[in-house]
Design a protein around this ligand. Sequence first.
Ligand SMILES: [Mg+2]
Length: 344
Amino acid sequence: MSKIKDIQFSMKTYEYEKPFHITGSIASYATNIEVKVMLENGVEGYGEASPSFRVNGEKPEMIMALESFAKEMLTGIDVAEYRKIFQVTDKLLATPSLKAATQYAVLDALSQEAGLEVYQLLGGATKQIETDKTVGIDTLENRVADAKKIFEAGFKTIKIKVGEDLKEDIQAMYEIYKVSKGAKYIVDANMGYTPKQAVEFANQVYQAGIDIAVFEQPVYMSDIDGLRFVRFNVPFPVAADESAKTKFDVLRLIKEEAVDYVNIKLMKSGVSDAISIVELVKSANMKLMIGCMGESSVGINQSVHFAFGTGAFDFCDLDSHLMLKEERFRGKFIQDGSKMIARK
Ligand SMILES: [Mg+2]
């Protein structure tokens, strides 16, 4: 096996096919940082950081400023000793997306050394997953048209963004349901509701005969009591996303019985904490989904391999690359409609 010789960062901007509107944020572009790890024997491993200011307080410039530090930190370590690299990069607390990209780039390099795919290094549990696709906040007509298009394209699970206007959101659920009967719904409020509004929303939807598979992050990230209140007052499973960044967050959510699901994102946790979170959540007999920020196919590839390797997820919400304009697909997996399939 081989040691790390150099690390290079490059900033890349991708335009969304359509401005992506969620509670409190409209994005036209995703600015990501590609991390290239170079080994002494010439092998190159790739990762991608997709920094989220809204969730993690990160900006792309913060990541770029750490390039020489990352090089200093990791040069000379053998990629086969990747737990050592996890320990060092676990200290990147202010830049979790960089932690993810660096850790994954190391695994990507190691996988080439070992003649395996990254998902096999991570456990090789499954070779296929299926992603949902997301309907952003928009006019009622556009939300319904987007949902219809997604459903007709063969996506069995539709993710619906809510959280800015309770009445409009309930109306959107009624109308989307009419054009997508048989679909599963993940509804994500991105912290936009009060606990009482979240209960009101869920009860109205339930009374209309609509089932929600996962009701994601209804309330503010620090409102753990609010999450628990929603969990025990709505008929649907409740998930933590913004509330669940590190393994320590998840330990608290378990202790407080605040949620049914945890949404793991490598951009919040890195690979190392994501591994811990899988074990914690499974130990507590709760469920997992995996999501993304604004990753291109390079970054989504990381979560796809994590999902293949662990086989731990009831739902995969890995669609950012399907919403961004990219010159070419760069994932090390096969995208076939909603399905993501291992190459070997
Ligand atoms: Mg979410």
